[in-house]
Design a protein around this ligand. Structure first.
Ligand SMILES: [Zn+2]
Length: 219
């Protein structure tokens, strides 16, 4: 089974991805993780990506697609969940070409985690992190024992710049512009199954919705 997981920042992609791969024995292919691994390993593509990132530029599609192609080929037998890729319609089309070239395979299911802007803002701007140990809390959903203080080491918690309202809104805008069209790309394509999942609910309820869809396909 080959799954693409789409959803705005804050929709809970990471959490759902972990649960899906654990339940169905699939591989988790996160574009962020793969990019990190390639850079650490110093591969050709990793070096290329690094040079763009050093200059503050976005890593171009061809580099991203090249890295994902390697990971996808290795994971092809076991099946996988793609997380953070494809991020643009162009990447989605490249992915199709890639899968087709290797044994006429295709993406079986697209899970589209849908979330309201207001909920994204609430989830992400409520995050507080420990600069010492990296623990992450939330001012409403995951409070530390003492307000503003890390449970592990007593360090004062901070809001990372990534979690500020300006940055979050910006990422959301980029998502709407670049990645939401990917959902339509799959919806308009013959033979792909797209499920819209309400991701405004809590993580367990979202998992239940996801599993219900996937269980039906596994029969
Ligand atoms: Zn800490």
């Amino acid at each position: 089974m080959r799954i693409v997981l789409l959803g705005a920042p804050g929709a809970g992609k990471g959490t759902q991805c972990k649960r899906i791969v654990a339940k169905y024995g699939l591989l988790h292919l996160s574009s962020g993780d793969i990019l990190r691994q390639e850079r650490v390993a110093g591969t050709e593509l990793g070096k290329k990506a690094q040079s763009y990132m050093d200059s503050g530029a976005l890593v171009p599609d061809e580099v991203i697609v090249g890295m994902m192609a390697g990971a996808i080929n290795k994971a092809s037998e076991a099946g996988f969940v793609l997380d953070g890729f494809p991020r643009t319609v162009h990447q989605a089309a490249e992915l199709d070409r890639l899968l087709k070239a290797s044994d006429e395979k295709k993406i079986d299911v697209v899970l589209n985690l849908q979330i309201d802007e207001q909920m994204v803002a609430q989830r992400m701007t409520g995050r507080r992190s420990c600069p010492q140990c990296g623990a992450v809390y939330h001012i409403e959903n995951l409070k530390p024992k003492v307000e503003g203080i890390c449970d592990n080491d007593g360090t004062e918690l901070i809001q990372r710049p990534d979690d500020s309202i300006e940055v979050v809104m910006n990422r959301l805008k980029t998502y709407r512009r670049q990645t939401e069209p990917v959902v339509d790309y799959y919806k308009n394509k013959n033979g792909s199954t797209v499920y819209d999942i309400d991701a405004n609910k809590d993580a367990d309820e979202v998992s239940a919705l996801v599993f219900e869809k996937l269980d039906a396909l596994w029969l």
